[in-house]
Design a protein. Structure first.
Length: 415
């Protein structure tokens, strides 16, 4: 018997084999099916997916064989992997001096015929073989050798896919941990950061209103600025938390009446709507699949902006629109506000992007990024059609098709 020499690239070869994390794992149908097919095509009682480890060959799949592994020193496959581009064919092991006195030939499983196609992974390393074995001498046609080579390629593809699956699962696990860290940070931000800010705001107010404390006008103004900045930071942290929650966490996929989302949003904005005598028109909205809370948040932000970004002295007019575009339904919130310059229509959806100073229009610059997150989580997209001085029309489609087509417009006066 001649024992197979170790290939010159043995260290790299073993590293490639280990990278598949497959040794000593349970049988898998996908590998068994390929081995079964090899046995069927070649007409042999035995077919194996054999992986050649440092000291043994281990079988990921074995058709017609009980042993789970055999020593590498006697393995036919150890010979086969020496020539990664060739299929090793031994027609009669009894007449081959490399194998004649091999215990696998002289004893069970009585190998006589062997054909093994190397499993060559993407960097060129032969990590094992797909092989077929018979107990009698035989010949194999060129077509069957080619079939064995093709099936061996399928085994390697399967190995690579399996590896990708493992990597993806590891990444998903990492993501879960990262999200947990983020959740922890969000909780920390919500409580530990807000609390001292609230104290600063309360103390500032106290100082300014305490009749026993005499403050110079400058000090009074400084304390007012300090309180205002703290209040702004408080709002920023609050909006950041809302943004982080809108992008993650559980999402419902219920049948939702968009009309009731709009109504809830209007309810939340009620005092502003009344104060500004807002004129609201709502077109008929079909039900959609989605998350009612998130969709209400979306309308609240868009309608809130529509009311806020109007020229001084203008009575805000808001229209909730719904139109068919091919097989899509396009929803929208149209206003008669100050409009948005063409060069800014993309950037306003990014967090903290504002086109106006705080003194002109109050805000944190987070609302539209929440809106975009909500739309994207529904598998849709959002854009704005606008012209400075002529109002804006924020429009979006949701990934899920509405249950019914929209119909005529209904009018509702400002709440
Ligand atoms: P915020 O309202 O807190 O400033 P948003 O993310 O909701 O933050 O909006 C970002 C920016 O986009 C606003 O600061 C404003 O400049 C512009 N914008 C949003 N909605 C409108 C609108 N309806 N009309 C004009 N400009 C708008």
């Amino acid at each position: 018997m001649i024992e197979a020499a170790k290939p010159p690239n043995e260290i790299e070869r073993l590293a490639a084999l280990r990278s598949f994390a497959i040794l000593d794992t349970d049988p898998e149908e996908s590998f068994d099916e390929i081995a079964r097919l090899a046995s069927y095509i070649c007409g042999t009682p035995i077919a194996l997916v054999s992986l050649v480890d440092e000291e043994r060959q281990w079988f990921k799949s074995r058709i017609g064989l009980d042993a789970a592994e055999t020593p590498r020193s006697v393995a036919f496959c150890a010979h086969a992997i020496q020539e990664p581009s060739q299929v090793l064919v031994v027609q009669n092991a009894h007449g081959d001096r490399r194998f004649a006195d091999n215990p696998l030939v002289t004893g069970a499983p009585h190998v006589c015929f062997y054909a093994g196609a190397p499993l060559v992974e993407k960097s060129g390393q032969a990590v094992g073989t797909l092989c077929v074995i018979d107990h009698h001498p035989r010949e194999i046609s060129a077509e069957k050798i080619e079939a064995l080579r093709v099936l061996a390629h399928q085994v390697t593809t399967q190995l690579e896919l399996r590896k990708k699956g493992i990597e993806l699962r590891a990444l998903a696990e990492e993501l879960v941990h990262a999200n947990q860290d983020l959740d922890e940070f969000a909780r920390f931000a919500a409580h530990d950061l807000q609390q001292p800010l609230n104290n600063i705001i309360a103390l500032g107010d106290l100082l300014r209103t305490d009749e026993e404390v005499e403050l110079s006008p400058d000090t009074d103004e400084n304390i007012r600025l300090m309180t205002e900045s703290s209040w702004r930071m408080h709002q920023l942290i609050r909006d950041l938390l809302v943004l982080s929650r809108a992008g993650r966490g559980e999402m419902h996929h219920d049948e939702v009446s968009l009309r009731s989302c709009v109504d809830d949003a209007l309810g939340a904005l009620d005092s502003e709507l009344r104060a500004r005598h807002v004129d609201i028109r709502i077109e008929e909205l079909p039900p959609v699949r989605g998350d009612r809370t998130l969709l209400t948040q979306l309308f609240q932000n868009l309608i809130g902006n529509g009311i806020k970004f109007v020229a001084p002295g203008t009575t805000p007019r808001i229209q909730i629109t719904c139109a068919r575009d091919g097989d899509q339904t396009v929803f929208g919130v149209r206003d008669n506000g100050i409009g948005i310059p063409a060069e800014s229509v993309e950037k306003i959806f990014a967090p903290f992007q504002r086109l106006h100073p705080q003194r002109d229009y109050d805000g944190t610059g987070v609302g539209l990024s929440i809106v975009r997150k909500v739309v994207e989580r529904h598998g849709g997209r959002i854009w704005v059609e606008s012209e400075p001085g002529r109002g804006s029309h924020f429009r979006f489609v949701l990934g899920t098709a509405p249950a019914a087509a929209p119909a005529a417009e209904t009018a509702a006066t400002g709440a």
